[in-house]
Design a protein around this ligand. Structure first.
Ligand SMILES: Nc1ncnc2c1ncn2[C@@H]1O[C@H](COP(=O)(O)OP(=O)(O)OP(=O)(O)O)[C@@H](O)[C@H]1O
Length: 263
């Protein structure tokens, strides 16, 4: 099966239903989206609209009921692959491994030579600013640092797309803003293709080139919004008229779901 558009990541007519008490609950209804090479795209939507379900399908952790997902024109066949790097909200580091060993984990599985592993781990720990913590254990790190290790681990595998599920959801407001700035800088440096889900509208606008807005019951794409902001963004851009206008547009799109969306 060939990708219809040749985008880096293509979600094509994806539907997902779950069996619940003898009935079929439709969670995702005909989702279509494309993410191009080097783009940073966010999906926003109210709690329960199916964002995680969609990301898990893209990651190959769940299968769609119908439709297909393509990465680099290859059909995703229901298994996680090294072409899709995942970062989750919860800290998913192995507590018994050091920071460097955590980052090297996937490389070891791929039987990369020790020397290449060392180079690559060193490079990506430097990219996320944690070289000094290579020999620390996860319990010695703050929440933001743990997420930076998780991002380094995902990037070390050189994924075609980086998939992030509310990566900063568990962080306090200040750390979250620092991590958003960090992620923008990282993206400017690596230009990795990113699909990220969040229920935080400001976060989505601040980070993305495009935002897909989802509605719930069933989960559908309600709008696709191109973010007309300069590529280099400081935090104060969140106060600019253009930013506030985009935020208003998304809030209006989500109006029926807005009670559960954080503003
Ligand atoms: N394995 C499952 N079986 C039955 N229903 C499920 C299953 N997984 C998810 N659902 C339902 O699918 C819907 C979408 O869930 P999902 O976690 O994808 O939403 P979400 O938008 O990511 O929510 P949140 O922002 O709260 O994490 C919810 O109504 C949920 O109860």
């Amino acid at each position: 099966m060939l990708s219809p558009t040749g985008a880096k990541l293509e979600v094509h007519n994806v539907c997902k239903s779950y069996g619940l008490k003898g009935k079929q609950l439709r969670v995702l209804d005909d989702i279509n989206l494309q993410i191009h090479s080097r783009e940073f795209v966010c999906l926003v939507g109210a709690s329960g609209c199916g964002k995680s379900t969609l990301l898990n399908i893209v990651a190959g952790l769940a299968a769609p009921s119908s439709g297909a997902v393509f990465v680099d024109s290859q059909l995703v066949t229901g298994r996680p692959g090294s072409d899709r790097g995942m970062v989750f909200q919860g800290y998913t580091l192995y507590p018994w491994l050091t920071v460097a060993q955590n980052v090297a984990f996937g490389l070891q599985l791929r039987q990369m030579s020790k020397a290449e592993q060392r180079d690559r781990v060193g490079y990506f720990l430097n990219v996320v600013g944690l070289s000094k913590f290579a020999n620390s254990y996860p319990k010695q790190l703050s929440g933001g640092m743990k997420q930076r290790v998780a991002i380094a681990r995902a990037l070390a595998n050189e994924p075609a797309v980086l998939l992030m599920d509310e990566p900063f959801g568990a962080l306090d407001a200040q750390t979250k803003e620092q991590m958003q700035q960090f992620l923008l800088e990282l993206w400017a440096q690596t230009h990795v293709t990113v699909m990220m889900i969040t229920h935080d509208i400001e976060e989505a606008i601040y980070l993305s080139q495009r935002v897909y807005v989802m509605s719930a019951h069933p989960g559908q794409i309600k709008a696709e919004i191109t973010i007309q902001l300069p590529e280099r963004r400081e935090l104060d851009i969140k106060l600019s008229p253009t930013f506030v206008d985009i935020k208003r547009q998304i809030i209006h799109t989500l109006r029926h779901d807005v009670a559960t969306v954080s503003l």
